[in-house]
Ligand binder design. Structure first.
Ligand code: PGA
Length: 253
C-alpha cells in the first residue's frame, strides 16, 4: 500500500526552544499512526540534530533537511552535504522547493544533481514541483510540471525513482491561504501518476507517494487527502501550530 505522509516544512521559522516545544506537543499524536502512515519534519539546519534526538524510537517519524548541496564535500563555505546529513541521522531532504528555485536560482540540472547526491547517501528526496499562477491561468500547468519531473527525475532508474517522494505545490497556493480545489489537486496528481506510469510502468507509479502542498490546514486536510491520488501533504504555515498539524496528521487515511 502506498504511504500516506504528513510532512511539516518549518522553513526559516522558530527558535530552537520553540521548535522543541512544538515537537513535544506533536510527537505524542504520532503514536497512533497506522502502518502505511508517516510523519516528516523538515526543520531548519541548526535544529536537525535536536529533532533527530527527539524522534528516537519512533519508527514512522522522520527528520528532513530543507536543503543540501550538490557536491560531496570540499571548499563550499556555508553549505551542507548529504553525507553530513546522513551522519547525524537525517533520512529525508526537500529538493526543489519553489522558494529554492525562485530565490536561490536552483534549476532543473542542479536539482537532478541534488537528487542523485541524496540517493547516493540513502537520503529520501522529497521532490517539489508546481506551477506559478501565470502558467495555471494559461492552462499550461500539466506541461510545466511534467517537464520539472522529466528534467530532474527521469534520468533515474526504476529502483531509484521508487525511493523518491513527490510533492505537488502550486506556487499560487503556497502561503497565500488559497488552496487548490479537490478537483484541481486530484486532476494534477492523477496526471503526474500517468506521467510516471508512462515512463516507469503502472505498478511502480502506483507505489510513489504524491503529496499536495499549498495552504494545507486542519480545516481542509480531510477534504484534500480524500482524493485517490493525493497521499498526504507538505505543510508550511500550519505545521508551526501544534493543534493544526496534529489535525493534519489525523486527516491521513
Ligand atoms: P504553506 O507552505 O502550507 O504555508 O502554503 C507549503 C510549502 O511551501 O511547503
Amino acid at each position: 500500500m502506498r504511504k500516506q505522509i504528513a510532512a511539516a516544512n518549518w522553513k526559516m521559522n522558530l527558535t530552537i526552544q520553540e521548535g522543541k516545544e512544538l515537537l513535544d506537543s506533536i510527537l505524542p499524536a504520532t503514536k497512533d499512526l497506522k502502518g502505511n502512515q508517516e510523519v516528516i519534519f523538515a526543520v531548519p539546519a541548526p535544529y536537525l540534530s535536536m529533532a533527530v534526538n527527539k524522534i528516537e524510537g519512533l519508527q514512522q517519524v522522520f527528520i528532513a533537511a530543507q536543503n543540501m548541496y550538490t557536491q560531496k564535500n570540499g571548499a563550499f563555505t556555508g553549505e551542507t552535504s548529504a553525507e553530513m546529513l546522513q551522519s547525524i541521522g537525517v533520512t529525508h531532504v526537500l529538493v526543489g522547493h519553489s522558494e529554492r528555485r525562485e530565490y536561490f536560482a536552483e534549476d532543473h540540472q542542479t536539482l537532478a544533481e541534488k537528487v542523485n547526491r541524496a540517493l547516493e547517501y540513502q537520503l529520501t528526496p522529497v521532490f517539489c514541483c508546481g506551477e506559478p499562477l501565470k502558467v495555471r491561468e494559461a492552462e499550461n500547468q500539466n506541461v510545466f510540471v511534467a517537464k520539472q519531473l522529466e528534467e530532474s527525475l527521469f534520468h533515474l532508474d526504476a529502483a531509484s525513482i521508487e525511493k523518491v517522494i513527490i510533492a505537488y505545490e502550486p506556487i499560487w497556493a503556497i502561503g497565500t491561504g488559497k488552496t487548490a480545489s479537490t478537483e484541481q489537486t486530484q486532476e494534477m496528481h492523477a496526471f503526474l501518476r500517468r506521467v510516471l506510469e508512462e515512463k516507469y510502468g503502472a505498478e511502480l507509479a502506483s507505489r510513489i507517494s504524491i503529496l499536495y502542498g499549498g495552504s494545507v490546514k486542519a480545516a481542509n486536510a480531510v477534504e484534500l487527502f480524500r482524493s485517490k491520488d493525493v497521499d498526504g501533504g507538505l505543510v508550511g504555515g500550519a505545521s508551526l501550530v501544534a493543534k493544526e498539524f496534529d489535525a493534519i496528521i489525523k486527516a491521513l487515511h
